[in-house]
Design a protein around this ligand. Structure first.
Ligand code: SAM
Length: 242
């Protein structure tokens, strides 16, 4: 299966997005097998207390900040699986008259996410690549802690594809890491963790999420930071045509 197509003049993107014959991209296999692909670690890493610890106690707040953007009865895309109770909260927010589609590029993550939303008929989980435009656009797309895990060229592809997968009048909600304020006591710790385990994360310390999007004045951007600047919520709203 071909997951990525090389476009003219897009050599770096094509390299960053190379995938194995299983469809799992090289950046994911080489960097995050321990976190997302290993059947021994996935079950305990995916538990809510572990997620709360990894996010320094901010998981519930960050989930709440995402969920508050969702209207009941709407169609929502979750652009990658997220550990803990994230998908369940999104499914509750769209309600029984809405639709939540969760995609992930890794089969083991699709299986794990399916178990979490079992019995919620409004939620579907499927294999999918966040850097590919969806065929039917959504009211809201959520991208929760995905961008810091992908190479720079892939960040561009994902931001563009998610904007193109959103209806005019709809929005993309990005929640992710951000450069903490200079005196943040956890800044040196996060810096070491990123250098050791998350080599693509510091891209978000140096660039605004908006800068990964194509120039397009049909999008209105708003941003807020949380926990001393360590996290950001960025909402990109697509204007309705006049
Ligand atoms: C959303 S991020 C992690 C969020 C957070 N650390 C958590 O609590 O789970 C991780 C997921 O992104 C998936 N992923 C990576 N690249 C992707 C892509 N291009 N499209 C869809 N999913 C992708 C990985 O398979 C993994 O399940």
């Amino acid at each position: 299966m071909t997951f990525y197509r090389k476009q003219d003049g897009d050599t770096s993107a094509a390299q960053a997005c190379a995938s194995t014959s299983t469809g799992v991209p090289d950046y994911l296999r080489e960097t995050y097998t321990w976190a997302y692909l290993n059947p021994k670690t996935v079950p305990w890493l995916s538990s809510a207390p572990v997620v709360a610890a990894i996010l320094w106690g901010n998981a519930s707040r960050l989930i709440r900040k995402t969920v508050e953007e969702i209207e009941p009865g709407t169609r929502v895309l979750q652009a990658a699986a997220v550990y803990g109770r994230f998908s369940t909260k999104l499914a509750q927010a769209v309600g029984e008259n809405g639709q939540l589609d969760v995609i992930d590029i890794a089969p083991i993550q699709v299986e794990t996410a399916r178990k979490r939303v079992q019995g919620m008929n409004q939620a579907k989980v499927m294999i999918g690549d966040a850097s590919v435009v969806r065929s039917t656009p959504y009211d809201t797309v959520v991208c929760f802690f995905l961008l810091h895990e992908v190479p720079e060229a892939m960040k561009n592809k994902i931001v563009s594809a998610l904007l193109a997968s959103t209806k005019p009048g709809g929005k993309v909600v990005f929640v992710d890491y951000h450069k903490p304020s200079p005196l943040h006591p956890l800044k040196p710790v996060m810096s070491k963790i990123f250098d050791w385990l998350e080599p693509f994360a510091k891209g978000l310390w140096h660039k605004e999420i908006e800068e990964y999007a194509p120039d397009n004045n049909d999008v209105i951007w708003r941003k807020e930071t949380l926990f001393g600047g360590m996290y950001q919520k960025v909402v990109a709203e697509r204007r309705k045509p006049t």
